[in-house]
Every structure is written in C-alpha cells, then in structure tokens.
Write a protein that binds this ligand. Structure first.
Ligand code: URP
Ligand code: ZN
Ligand code: ZN
Ligand code: ZN
Length: 484
C-alpha cells in the first residue's frame, strides 16, 4: 500500500501546536511524530498541518425560488477543496407531503459526483404522521440533525406548533434541531408593505429582514427547544440581536450553538446601496448583510465561545438567475457563495488580525462541528486512526480573490478584490492530494457519504437532565374524599 508523508510542518489542532510529520496509509493517519518516511513526500516547511475544514451549511443544486442553485456536488466540493475544506454538509429538502426518505434518495442521486466527503441535514418542511414516523429512520441512516425554517412563508416555513412537535420528537430520539431563525410572518408583511410603497430594489430585501426578526425568532426557537428538551443549533447567526439570545441561553445552561457565516463576519449592508443593481442583487441572502456593528459582536462570540462554528451557507446563483427579481426584490433568489473563501477569509480577518488563535481557527472551522455532528474524531482531528482529511496551510501565501480564478460555477464572487494571506499548499481528502500547490487534481466521485453517530453526548446529557427534572404529580397525605 502506497503511503504519503507530510514532512517538516507544525501540526495545529483545536488544543495543541507542535512540530511533527504525519504519515498516511490507506486514507487514514497512520503515525504522527518526528522523522517519518513514506513513498510520497509532501513538503510542509513553514506550513501548519490542520484538520481539513468542515462546512456544515451548503445548498448544492438546491431547488429554490423557482430555480436551482448553480454549484452542484462536483463544482461545490471542488471549490471546497481548493479552499482547504474537506467535508460539506448539505440540506435535504423534502417537498410538501413528501416523505423524508424519498427526499434523502433525491440527495443521494445528486451527491455521487462529490470530490470530497459529505453528509446531510434533514429539513422538516411540513409536519404529519409520515414525518413523525420517518424521523427515527433518518436517524438510523446516520443523519442526526434536522433543520426547520421559521422563514420563507408559503414555501419551507413551519409554524410554532409544528416546530414544537418536531423538536419534541427529536428530543425523545436523541436528535439535534437546527433552525433558520427569522420571523417569516413579519418578513412577509414587511415585503408586502415595501413593495406597495415602491421599494422594489435589492436594498429592500435588507429592509424587509431587520435584525429584530432574527432576534425574535432566535429567542423563540431557543425557548421552544428548551421546553421540548432538544439541543438547538442556530444557523447563519448574523446579528447581535440573535447572538444576544444565544449568549444568554448558553449562560443560563441551555444547550444551544450558534453558527455565524464568513460573509456576515466580513461584509456589510453598504453592499445593498451599491449603484449597480447586479452588484447588490448578487449579495441578496437571508439573513441579509448587516451594519458593521454586528460584525464586532460575531467576532467577539467566536472569541468568547458563545458562537461555535463558521460556515458559508454556500448557495450560489448566477447573475442571470438573480435577475429574476429585476422588478421585485422578493423574486431575487436568496443565497451567496463562499465555499472556496471561508478558510482564507477567516484566517486573514481572524488569525492575522489577532482576533483568533490558530487553534481557535481549527476549532471553529472543523473540530467543534465534527463533535456536534457526531463524526469526531474520524473528522475534525489530526489523530492516529482519523481520516486523512488534512490541509497543509501556508500562512504566507497570498492571493486576490477573483471570480475569474475561482472553482465555483457562477460568474462573480462576493469577495471579489479581497486580498487574502493564508492559503492551502496541499488539501488531502482521505489521503488523496486533491489540491497540490495551486494545482487542482480533484477526482469526481471520490467523496463518500459520512454516516454520523446518533449518540451525541450533549443530547444524552440534556435528555437525562430533562427526565430528572420532568413535572411529576405531588404525592399528598390526607387527600380529601373525591367529590368534596
Ligand atoms: O439566503 C439564503 N440563506 N439562502 C439559502 C437558504 C437558507 O436560508 O439557508
Ligand atoms: Zn437559512
Ligand atoms: Zn442555508
Ligand atoms: Zn478582506
């Protein structure tokens, strides 16, 4: 069996940094230590050897707003690897009335082309007996995380009664609830009002989704999850309003995680005031980019641990697709890209500025989410026996981000013109060198589905606590005779 050795680098994990070589055999890490030998040698001099990134929030070839997002599992995972990400987690979106397992099959049909490993979250887009019955079957397939949209009224949104029913079912079975937290009723009403008043441009997208709709829904989801006894993961946390709710919940002992996106950490709402319609529309996503003051809150959350994971919500639409909404901002497909740029942008704006340590960088790009998902230490670790999903990171390497040089299939990049310092020299997916010093050597179909462990320690701890503190009838003495 041919082996590969990564020589001369510094291994950086979520808790340690130390000089060592890493030996890979059969797609796994076989040894870590000094002076290792292998058939193929990758020179990591001056580089950091880190767990490959895990992006837990992508929408590849997603049917949405009358079209499909333009990066599929091939181009999307190629972009991921080029940027040092070695695993993506995509959302299965069953249609109204469609069974969860049918939906899952649709996603398996698309993902065969993936260049790196992947897993799924299951979306609960409607509620009924079939969904109730299907949830344990989905858990049995190694999918432990279930997404609920509190926005997109009339499409993906579920109401509070459905949310509570689904959360309780998940709590009972050891699953984890995910939410897109925006008040969909208020958004729909604001959209109607803005259109009526003649606000039709992309800037009105942001006006229709102020931070309050996110803060309110985040708090509501947290309280409903607490009453249902299920751990909650809040996706794309973009505002202090939402972060504040999460921070408070965590300080109060609730099991809640928050996921900011690299876009919200580095871009702001001035983009929507750009005079070029295309420029503004390309940046329409939900939640929208925010005033700069929210960025400070999100960075502070990553530093202090109140926010746990940095993702992208990669959902790429071409300019042509964005133009569906030329005369009506509510018809602009929601979503932006970022898979290739998440790690370099976070390193540049986080580690190089001193807001994050390299170990914290590993935690928020890989290890924390591997633990939440239930695939640690197979993923998210540099450890003997772990999958050799690794990035050899050159902290001195620079580039200017351009659409022209990107792997993504779309015709623009929301980070166009940003200088980044800190890029992969090599990216390895289960030992295969997919990115080799700037050269893309990805292999279509190499990626495998990652089934995850449903015995999530946090879910187990929470159900133990909820069982212990559940309401019980009071046993009384001297009960009066009935009917008195
Ligand atoms: O605008 C966004 N975020 N599009 C993708 C779907 C979602 O809400 O995550
Ligand atoms: Zn969302
Ligand atoms: Zn999303
Ligand atoms: Zn920048």
């Amino acid at each position: 069996m041919a082996s590969t050795v990564i020589k001369g680098g510094t291994v950086v994990t979520h808790d340690l940094s130390y000089p060592a070589d890493v030996l890979i055999e059969g797609g796994r890490i076989a040894d870590i230590g000094p002076d290792l030998r292998g058939d193929e040698v990758l020179d990591a001099t001056g580089c950091l050897v880190m767990p490959g990134g895990i992006d837990p929030h992508t929408h590849l070839e997603m049917p949405f707003m009358g079209t499909y997002s333009s990066d599929d599992f091939e181009s999307g995972t190629r972009a991921a690897l080029a940027g040092g990400t070695t695993m993506v987690v995509d959302f299965v979106l069953p249609g109204q009335g469609q069974g969860l397992l049918d939906g899952l099959q649709m996603w398996h049909n698309k993902s065969g082309r993936a260049n790196c490993d992947y897993s799924y979250h299951m979306a609960v887009t409607w509620w009924g007996e079939q969904v109730w019955n299907d949830i344990p079957k989905v858990l049995d397939q190694g999918i432990t995380t279930f997404k609920h949209f509190m926005a997109y009224k009339g499409a993906l949104m579920v109401n509070d009664d459905e949310l509570f029913a689904s959360f309780r079912r998940l709590g009972e079975l050891g699953g984890i609830a995910l939410v897109h937290a925006e008040n969909g009723d208020v958004v729909a009403e604001l959209q109607r009002k803005l259109l009526e008043e003649g606000n039709r441009g992309p800037e009105a997208h942001a006006y229709s989704r102020p931070p309050q709709v996110e803060g309110e829904a985040t708090n509501r989801a947290i309280m409903i999850a607490d009453m249902a006894g299920v751990p909650l993961y809040v996706v794309h946390v973009s505002s202090e309003d939402a972060h504040e709710a999460i921070r408070r919940a965590r300080a109060g002992g609730k099991r809640v995680w928050g996921e900011p996106l690299i876009q919200h950490l580095t871009l702001d709402d001035s983009e929507y005031r750009h005079p070029d319609w295309d420029h503004a529309a390309r940046r329409v996503m939900s939640p929208p980019f925010r005033d700069r003051k929210h960025q400070d809150s999100l960075w502070a959350g990553l530093q202090s641990g109140s926010l746990s994971v940095v993702a992208t919500d990669h959902c790429a639409f071409t300019t042509e697709q964005k133009r569906f909404g030329l005369n009506d901002f509510t018809k602009i497909p929601n979503g932006t890209g970022g898979l290739e740029d998440r790690m370099p942008m976070l390193w540049t704006h986080g580690v190089a500025t001193g807001r994050l340590t390299p170990n914290e960088f590993v935690a928020v790009t890989s290890t924390n989410i591997a633990k939440i998902l239930g695939c640690y230490p197979r993923k998210g670790a540099v450890m003997v026996g772990a999958d050799a999903d690794l990035v050899v990171w050159d902290p001195e390497k620079t580039k200017t981000i351009t659409a022209q040089a990107q792997q993504s299939a779309i015709d623009y990049n929301v980070f166009e013109g940003h200088e980044v310092k800190g890029l992969p020299r090599f990216t390895l997916t289960r030992g295969f060198v997919a990115i080799h010093d700037g050269e893309v050597r990805t292999r279509e179909g190499h990626g495998q589905f990652v089934a995850r462990d449903r015995a999530q320690p946090v879910a187990k701890a929470l159900s133990t606590w909820k069982e212990l503190t559940a309401p019980r009838p009071v046993t009384r003495t001297g009960v009066p005779a009935s009917g008195v």
